[in-house]
Every structure is written in C-alpha cells, then in structure tokens.
Design a protein around this ligand. Sequence first.
Ligand SMILES: C[S@@+](CC[C@H](N)C(=O)[O-])C[C@H]1O[C@@H](n2cnc3c(N)ncnc32)[C@H](O)[C@@H]1O
Length: 233
Amino acid sequence: MNMKYKLPRQTIKQTNIKPIIERELIRQGAPLDPMANKNLKELAQVTQTIKKNGLPDYLVLKKISDQIGHGIFLHPDAKPLKKGQVIGPYSGELSIEVQNKADDSAYAFALVTEMRLNKVEQKALDNANKFAPSRHYALNLDANKYGNFTRYINHCEKPNVEAMMHAIEKNKENLEEMPIEVIYIAKKTIQPGEQLLVCYEDEDETYWNAYGVKPVPMTPKTYMLDSDHNLVN
Ligand SMILES: C[S@@+](CC[C@H](N)C(=O)[O-])C[C@H]1O[C@@H](n2cnc3c(N)ncnc32)[C@H](O)[C@@H]1O
C-alpha cells in the first residue's frame, strides 16, 4: 500500500507557541526528561526513513477489519524489535485550542491540559472567544490530516508500544528542538508478525469515553501476520 502519511515529525500550526508550551510545563511542575543520546540517534534514523519511504521496511500496514481499520505489524521476516527501541514519533499538527473542543479527531491526543493564556495570547490563538483569564486550553496533537505510520497503531490495554513524552533539546543529530514530542518506543520485545499496539488512555480515560464505544480487546498476538502477509487469528 502506498503510504500517504509521510510527516517525519510534528508540525506546529500556530506561530510562537513553543515558549508558551515551555512556560506552562514549568508552571504545572511537569518538565519533561530530555531524550537519551541512543534514542536521539534512532529517532534521527527513523525520521529519515519516513521522509524517504513513509514506512520502514521492517513494518507492514494491513487492514484488519471494517471496525478496527488498518494496523501496523512487524514484518514476519524482520528481526525482533528490542525493548526500548524507538518506533517513531507520533507526528501530526500541534496546536493550542480551547480545552475539550468537540471536534477532536480519532487521531488526536491532548498532550497538556489546563493551560492558561494571557490576554495577548488568547487574542492571537483564540480570536473567536472573549478574553477569560480562567479559561483552560489544551495542547493537542492531531494526525488526522498529516502524520506518519504511527497514526495506524491501534489500541490495547496491555501494549507492546509505549507513548513517551520527551523534550528534544539541542543535539548532535540536527533534530529540531521541541519542548514536547510524543515518541513511540517498544515497551517489550516485539516478535516478527506481531501487531504493534499502544494504550491510548491516560488516567482520565478520555479517548474511548468520548466515542461512547468500547475497543475490541486485542493483544499483540491476536492477529498475526504470516509470511504471505495474511492475517492469522
Ligand atoms: C489512531 S487510529 C488507529 C488506526 C486505524 N485503525 C486506522 O485504520 O486508521 C484510532 C482508531 O482506530 C480504531 N481502533 C484502534 N484500536 C482499536 C481497538 N482496539 N478496537 C477497535 N477499534 C480500534 C478506532 O476506530 C480508533 O478511533
């Protein structure tokens, strides 16, 4: 399948929001760990592959069912992915919006909530509303229109992939600095043929509740890809 989604890393939709994000992370007492050098190297490699080919050759995009849609599998002939290995950045469009905006997409996640904006910032980022000092804003990352293969990684409760939030600081790999970025990392060894799965939920359990549906229970081995790229379950 031709991979249409080839955005190597997140894009920022609004101007000058990096300092606001940094300030709010500090105000909330939640500064992020920078990434380890080994992971920065892996991140640089995978972003180059995404830019060139979309999907790394050790991964396969495959439709599972009408309900679940597509999913990402480790190629049956690939080497296992090691625990701690970078899978890829969850890329998409990053923007500060009024919190709990109704039109969130199925590919959107709120990375920071309860952000406070001053009058000038609200005017610049939320011109439709009158200034309200106590209004909460959220930092949303949406891969609906633009993203990469990570947008096809499905949900389960006991996943083999973990979504880590890191700051990307000045680095030798020439990766643009980011105050916050979601990086998918192998949570355990991933075997050939297994589906890559991540847990979408935080402690507020906002993802599936917003839909009013329950996810199909899956493990990485519920659907396995065989050497002919057929699904076995
Ligand atoms: C980020 S997308 C994942 C890729 C999606 N399967 C596709 O083909 O575009 C999230 C959506 O995938 C589907 N999905 C992911 N995990 C699921 C699960 N465990 N059960 C049912 N649907 C799931 C839901 O429609 C969900 O809103």
